[in-house]
Write a protein that binds this ligand. Structure first.
Ligand SMILES: *[C@@H]1O[C@H](CO)[C@@H](O)[C@H](O)[C@H]1NC(C)=O
Ligand SMILES: *[C@@H]1O[C@H](CO)[C@@H](O)[C@H](O)[C@H]1NC(C)=O
Ligand SMILES: *[C@@H]1O[C@H](CO)[C@@H](O)[C@H](O)[C@H]1NC(C)=O
Length: 520
């Protein structure tokens, strides 16, 4: 755990960066025409030497209230007034709307980050006309940089997918897997480091737990293409040559609160391993590396309205950010820029409720103290209980493990009534804790709220201000000297690939139902 106390001194540094609003972003320049593809925005008039490496960090579904909730928890826990590591890295805000919705999903927003273009909800590296767009990762690979994707979701999930694959709908994860490893990709293999979850889209439908609809063994194909593939902690801890593909879980990796460190490494461990391996592999070459690191599951906990999952994944994101920032400071021989921003807010989280007595308002993070697990596993554990002391078990093994030490009689009887429905009980449990904390959730989905922009390292401050999300893609390209346009042309020239792997069949209609069918 980072030591918040030692960080107090630099706390004010971030504010001056916020005040330096960006000069050339006025009068809705980016609001009018989302598709102003890869034009220069002279972002970096005052730029000195460019970076060798670029780290893009996406805390998925992380809104401003989430940051407050976590910081105040740390204040309570450490009895301090220190700030979070990310508080010191604030450089601005990001506006996130998609082309077809004021409220974006991860696919559209991550496409803005990877390609520098706005697209529709569900789009994976394609524009509104389903045309593939060159990504910063692909362009970096073509220019001789090494590349990485490090996530806690399935590696085929929307955010990582938009950096190394192109397809009209985010749910087509079997196809995304084959593109990501370079098999169904016109540029071949473009990713050198891949770490995360989601083995189920790489194993043939004849294996238990597979999510594929076909008999393709994508792990075997990955090995043929040169990847070392693995799924265990011991191999992760050993020295590995690039390229490698480490998938630790069948589905998403565990929430930080539920994670078994003997089986799954933390986000921080994966990110630092990625940085070290990419650094070593590029030490003697002209170009450095590009890596996208995603704290994927902050978002999932937001969808579930689960404050425990949300909090601990936010703290894990902070630990990873602190470690990466220290890594950058320690590797001045290989200058690095880090930009981090969520793709959107999730849950419509608010921190605080009104109470009648003084001080008039309530947020009490002390209720987080007893929480040892997220609502999902606890609900399954409760559904599986066959003993005779239902009330005692519910109180001490379920409620208490979720931070609710004193459930009311009413809550106990309702909990017993909901025992057989894990999903209903799970919602009920999250509500019991949320109301004690004084946090509220407006929705089980995303909201249009702006998200905070964080930066560190070379030239990061030149990106300060209020930004449209697709400016992030342009900034990365500019810093690394990448030509996205030429990659887009390369991709679009391959008609057979587009017909087979990218575009929907004739007559396809985008439907909202499609979009909501995906599992987060
Ligand atoms: C919290 O910090 C304050 C000021 O440093 C101190 O007076 C107080 O005793 C501390 N409380 C606890 C519980 O440590
Ligand atoms: C088009 O992409 C496919 C990958 O699906 C690749 O096998 C093929 O070589 C590419 N064709 C050209 C002309 O680049
Ligand atoms: C597995 O995939 C093959 C095609 O590769 C298909 O013929 C078969 O029906 C699938 N089996 C199941 C159980 O889905």
């Amino acid at each position: 755990m980072f030591n918040v106390k030692s960080l107090l001194v630099v706390a004010l540094a971030g504010f001056s960066a916020l005040a330096a609003a960006h000069p050339d972003n006025k009068n809705g320049k980016y609001g009018k025409d989302h598709k102003d593809n890869h034009n220069d925005h002279d972002d970096d008039k005052h730029e000195s030497r460019g970076p060798r490496n670029f780290i893009m960090v996406v805390p998925d579904g992380f809104g401003p209230a989430s940051e407050t909730m976590a910081r105040d928890y740390m204040h309570w826990k450490d009895n301090s007034t220190a700030v979070l590591p990310i508080d010191e890295m604030v450089i601005g805000m990001v506006r996130t709307k998609a082309t077809d919705s004021y409220v974006t999903d991860s696919a559209a927003s991550a496409t803005a980050y990877s390609c520098g273009i706005k697209s529709y909800n569900g789009a994976i590296g394609v524009d509104d006309d389903y045309e593939p767009c060159g990504t910063v990762l692909e362009a970096a690979h073509l220019e001789g940089f090494k590349t990485g994707l490090v996530v806690t979701s399935r590696i085929t999930h929307a955010t990582p997918a938009t950096f190394a694959s192109h397809i009209y709908h985010r749910d087509l994860e079997s196809e995304i897997a084959l593109q990501e490893i370079g098999y169904a990709h016109p540029l071949g293999r473009t990713v050198d480091v891949m770490l995360g979850g989601g083995r189920c889209f790489f194993t043939p439908n004849t294996t238990e737990g597979s999510c594929r609809k076909d008999g393709v063994d994508a792990l075997a194909i990955a090995r043929d293409l040169g990847y070392t593939t693995f799924q265990d902690r011991a191999t992760f801890d050993s020295e590995l040559k690039l390229p490698y593909l480490g998938l630790f879980t069948n589905d998403h990796m565990s929430y930080e609160a539920d994670r078994d460190p003997a089986i799954e490494p933390s986000l921080k461990e994966m990110a630092i391993k990625g940085l070290n391996d990419l650094y070593r592999a590029t030490k003697d070459s002209k170009k450095g590396f590009f890596i996208m690191v995603e704290a994927s599951r902050i978002d999932h906990a937001g969808h579930a309205n689960d404050p425990v999952g949300h909090l601990h994944d936010i703290l894990a994101y902070n630990e990873a950010m602190l470690a990466m920032r220290e890594w950058i400071d320690e590797h001045s021989d290989s200058p690095t820029t880090l930009i981090s921003t969520a793709d959107h807010e999730c849950g419509g989280l608010t921190v605080g409720k009104e109470i009648s007595g003084p001080p008039g308002y309530w947020y009490d993070p002390s209720f987080f103290a007893g929480a040892k697990a997220t609502s999902g596993p606890l609900s399954k554990q409760w559904a599986a209980y066959t003993g005779s002391d239902q009330k005692g078990y519910l109180k001490s093994e379920i409620f208490a493990k979720y931070g609710v030490a004193q459930p009311t009689e009413q809550e106990l009887s309702e909990g017993i009534a909901l025992k057989s429905s894990a999903s209903k009980f799970s919602k009920f449990l999250t509500k019991a804790l949320s109301s004690r904390l004084g946090v509220n959730w407006a929705t089980g989905g995303h909201t249009a709220s702006d998200v905070t922009l964080f930066g560190w390292g070379v030239n990061s401050k030149t990106f300060a201000g209020s930004r449209e999300n697709n400016e992030v893609g342009h900034f990365i390209a500019k810093q690394l000297g990448l030509d996205l346009e030429s990659v887009t042309k390369k991709l679009q020239s391959n008609e057979t690939w587009q017909a087979d792997w990218v575009k929907p069949k004739a007559g396809h209609q985008r439907s909202a139902r499609d979009l909501h069918s995906h599992h987060h």
